[in-house]
Design a binder for this molecule. Structure first.
Ligand SMILES: [Zn+2]
Length: 158
């Protein structure tokens, strides 16, 4: 089951959560998600080819704590590559990369750049940087111990 303990960046035990909202540029896709106070935790930045091209800065939430408030799952375009574990999701109309869905691990990575009212400068003061370019990944299918690298799923394990 999805829980905050399976997230690439775990939530502090018992941390209160808040509702955050965000969406794409044209507002076709809007979402809300639960997360501890967003500046109280590190966001994740990775230098792999995909993350660099998207400009992702990730915050994570369990899949069941992420809900669309406008648009439907069917309306979101997605792109996968390599192991196809990670669904890179974007608006088909305006192209905004809203983040990733990783169904096999039950979490969503939200591109923090798409969160309403986000102070990116403040968020970027507390980044966990992942050297995705040089990672060789071993993904665990059993939902065991997850490291940040697992979320990238770009090892070419086909
Ligand atoms: Zn859009």
């Amino acid at each position: 089951m999805a829980s905050s303990s399976s997230l690439p960046i775990q939530w502090p035990e018992g941390a209160p959560t808040f509702n955050y909202q965000g969406g794409c540029h044209c507002k076709k896709i809007r979402f809300q998600f639960e997360h501890p106070e967003i500046y109280s935790m590190p966001a994740l930045s990775c230098n792999c080819s995909m993350c660099a091209s998207r400009g992702y800065i990730f915050v994570y939430t369990p899949q069941d704590k992420f809900k669309l408030t406008q648009g439907s799952e069917d309306e979101i375009s997605q792109y996968t590559f390599a192991s196809h574990i990670v669904q890179h999701r974007f608006c088909p109309t305006c192209g905004t990369a809203i983040g990733v869905l990783v169904p096999s691990y039950g979490y969503v990575g939200i591109n923090a750049r798409t969160v309403d009212g986000i102070d990116l400068e403040r968020l970027q003061k507390n980044l966990t940087k992942v050297n995705g370019r040089e990672l060789t990944l071993s993904t665990t299918e059993d939902g065991g111990e997850l490291k940040p690298s697992v979320s990238w799923g770009n090892t070419g394990r086909q």
